[in-house]
Write a protein that binds this ligand. Structure first.
Ligand code: PMT
Length: 396
């Protein structure tokens, strides 16, 4: 886990920092905080310490030990990331010129941690060409600048200069730490799951062996990549935490839910084993047992084809579950269903349905193939989503 040093300079936005410290500590980050003398006019060291961080102040005239004298060096070495938040125009100016006239500026100068400036100041101070020039210098020296935001300021002005909100800082920080973890942030992914059931009479149905494990693994991983996930599920597995579940039984139910949810989706993944046939006429009463019975079956509507016809711009990923001629049949489905990508799945010898492992070949629109080895469905989900994300970004 990362060590985060937060440096508070003089701005009213300092009152938000105890909350930031609390949230970062909750996420497991270790936090230490330097408060400049001007920062102390807006926030107390007690408010910060109460949220779980050690506080360091500018009281060098009281230093009487080696550790205290070396505080700026030690803090600078300890930190993996330094957030200067709020960063006042004055502190930005000092940092841009390499000043080391207080604990805050000395520590920043003495550290090779990543440094992030989170400005907060009056709109005119922000717009001033001197501030802008200082920020350019800091950028040139590897500092990252987050914000400011526009909005109502303490002085009554309404413009650029407000410190970005704590939630935005947390989001940006998570992305900085783990860029992969947010590649699907703000994306809505709809995933179909499980084997649909086509009722013959009140007690009998046509279905298949799909458990929903592959689709749920995709949902779980998409959530961990920051996506909002809607599952349209014919499976009875426990719901992946963080997803929205839309239970369905038949292929007609699945189609209706898909049409509704795909209206605001970015990516649609057809991982369900949708029954290809349903009975022409459903019997309201239990069909009585006879020596033989024949059922008149009709084709179910193709969900993926309907999605493509309804939402021409939607990114659609389909599966091809085959027992033979895997790649050939998968390519035919890719074209026929007008998909953006297809996941060819060899389901022969009962090796995928309701199992914990899988092996797939992903085929792009230009017929490039990417084969996975045999792996857990969780790792196969990662493999699939990596390729879906790449293709999705390339299509945008
Ligand atoms: O659920 P598990 O036990 O974990 O098993 C995983 C799985 C084998 C079900 C999964 O990996 C898989 O391959 N799902 C697709 C199964 C399937 O129905 O394949 P298909 O080749 O018959 O259909 C091709 C594609 O068209 C699929 O994306 C399917 O969802 C879709 N389809 C099929 C019929 C239909 N009426 N409408 C559709 O949209």
């Amino acid at each position: 886990m990362s060590n985060i040093l937060i440096c508070i300079s003089g701005s009213i936005a300092a009152i938000k920092i105890p909350h930031l410290v609390h949230k970062l500590s909750q996420k497991g980050y270790k936090c230490k905080v330097i408060i400049s003398q001007d920062g102390l006019k807006f926030v107390t060291s007690i408010a910060i310490s109460a949220m779980g961080a050690d506080v360091y102040l500018d009281n060098s005239f009281e230093y009487n030990s080696y550790d205290q004298v070396m505080q700026h060096i030690n803090l600078g070495k300890w930190a993996n990331h330094i957030l200067i938040a709020p960063a006042s125009a004055n502190t930005i100016a000092k940092l841009s010129q390499g000043f080391a006239d207080n604990l805050l500026t000395a520590t920043v100068l003495a550290s090779d941690a990543s440094k992030i400036i989170i400005p907060a100041m009056n709109k005119l101070m922000w717009k001033n060409s001197l501030t802008q020039k200082n920020l350019q210098i800091l950028k040139h020296h590897g500092f990252t600048i987050w914000g400011p935001a526009s909005g109502l300021q303490a002085c009554g002005d309404n413009d650029m200069g407000r410190m970005i909100e704590v939630e935005e800082i947390l989001e940006k920080f998570d992305t900085l730490i783990n860029p992969q973890a947010h590649i699907l942030s703000k994306k809505h992914i709809v995933i179909t799951a499980g084997g649909t059931k086509e009722m013959i009479d009140p007690i009998r149905y046509i279905s298949n062996h799909s458990s929903g494990k592959m689709a749920y693994a995709l949902a779980e991983h998409a959530i961990s990549l920051g996506a909002r996930v809607s599952l349209i599920s014919a499976s009875s597995l426990p719901i992946p935490i963080g997803s929205t579940i839309n239970p369905v039984i038949s292929s007609a139910d699945m189609l209706n839910a898909s049409l509704k949810l795909a209206a605001n989706a970015d990516i649609f993944i057809g991982a369900a084993a949708v029954c290809d046939y349903t009975v022409a006429t459903y019997s309201q009463q239990k069909i009585k047992k006879t020596k033989s019975v024949s059922l008149d079956l009709v084709e179910t509507p193709d969900i993926l084809k309907t999605m493509r016809a309804t939402y021409p711009k939607l990114f659609i990923a389909g599966f091809a579950a085959e027992t033979n001629n895997l790649i050939q049949y998968a390519k035919a489905k890719l074209i026929n269903k007008q998909l953006d990508i297809i996941i060819a799945n060899d389901v022969s010898n009962n090796k995928v349905f309701n199992q914990d492992t899988n092996q797939v070949t992903i085929i792009n629109k230009d017929f490039t193939e990417f084969a996975s080895g045999v792996d857990s469905k969780s790792n196969i989900a990662k493999f699939i989503l990596k390729h879906i994300t790449e293709e999705f970004n390339a299509k945008k």
